[in-house]
Ligand binder design. Structure first.
Ligand SMILES: [Mn+2]
Length: 325
């Protein structure tokens, strides 16, 4: 639930800024990119000198979005008078683009993760929103900038990708009505679904093949792993999140985990749960965050022992949550 005062405060801090910097999280997904680009267009419409930055390259399948090539990697040269954090539950999610900033301007924190640490000078966080672009839809209407076809495509991309095509349990009639509005404003649902959800590189499918071959099942937990040696382009994209979504669909799965070994020796853990179970708190306790049914964290290696440790934790947590009324 967004409080009107938070909307007014966010509107105000955006209107006052002259040189805002917009940032989203590492390994950007459709919501991260849709949020960056939609607010970027709005700030430009307001006459601001806006810059957009992300630590990792944007996946190519989002190249249909206007402004796709305007997002820079690494921290752009300042000074900036406002930092807008989009779709990040904590500042660490922004990665090196955040840590490389010389002067830290006030932060406007716009997000929808249940584990959000409220780190902004102004926090516009709605944990019931299906995506950060869902929050932005309300904010943009509050600001009063017209949603043109380009902004509509960016906003709808966040809705579609974070709900995997309006299939998640948090999708309400209100969310579908917003999608209708965005289609009326000129966004193509079919094109966004095809690119944002279905389009994958052959390398990604081969990577999934490795994950499927290493699938393990036990005590309601389904997990798999992708060692560094199996990756052609390690780190920095969201290509394995779709695989994690598939794992929770395995018959009998109550929780699912995917372990991906990184170049720096750490291990990326993607977590999913079925409704009635919660993986957000365990992700938070391991230094990550996310949503009740979908979250993640980055844990120290080595690869095999990290898996053993997290699988044991998950099985323990699963048994505990099964006991709950
Ligand atoms: Mn999101």
């Amino acid at each position: 639930m967004i409080l009107p005062t938070n909307l007014a405060q966010s509107d105000n801090i955006l209107q006052k800024a002259e040189r805002p910097l917009l940032m989203s999280h590492m390994a950007p997904d459709g919501d991260a990119i849709g949020s960056l680009l939609s607010l970027g267009h709005v700030m430009r419409a307001l006459g601001k000198q806006v810059r957009m930055a992300c630590q990792d390259p944007l996946p190519q399948r989002f190249d249909y979005l206007p402004g796709f090539h305007d997002v820079v990697r690494g921290a752009p040269a300042g000074p900036f008078d406002l930092l807008v954090s989009l779709d990040c539950s904590d500042t660490e999610r922004m990665g090196t683009v955040f840590t490389a900033l010389d002067d830290l301007p006030p932060i406007l924190n716009i997000d929808h993760h249940v584990t959000n640490l409220q780190f902004g000078a102004v926090n516009l966080v709605d944990v019931e929103a299906v995506s950060t672009t869902h929050v932005l839809y309300h904010l943009i209407n509050h600001i009063g900038v017209r949603i043109d076809p380009g902004i509509a495509a960016c906003l709808l991309t966040g809705l579609v990708t974070d709900t995997r095509g309006f299939r998640t349990f948090n999708v309400t009639p209100e969310v579908l009505l917003i999608a209708v509005e965005l289609m009326r404003a000129g966004a193509s649902l079919a094109m966004i679904t095809q690119n944002g959800l279905d389009r994958r590189s052959p390398e990604t499918l081969r990577l999934w093949g490795v994950g499927f071959a290493r699938l393990k099942v036990g005590d309601g937990l389904v997990w798999s792993s992708i060692p560094l040696a199996a990756q052609q382009h390690p780190n920095g994209d969201d290509s394995t999140s779709g695989l994690t979504n598939t794992l929770i669909g395995v018959e009998g799965a109550l929780m699912a985990a995917l372990f991906v070994e990184r170049k720096d020796g750490r291990v990326e853990v993607g977590l999913r749960a079925i409704p009635g179970f919660d993986v957000a708190q365990i992700a938070l306790s391991l230094g990550g965050g996310g949503h009740t049914l979908a979250s993640g964290c980055l844990v120290p290696g080595p690869f095999e022992s990290a898996q053993a440790r997290v699988v044991a934790l998950l099985k323990e947590e699963l048994a505990r949550q099964r006991e709950e009324p």
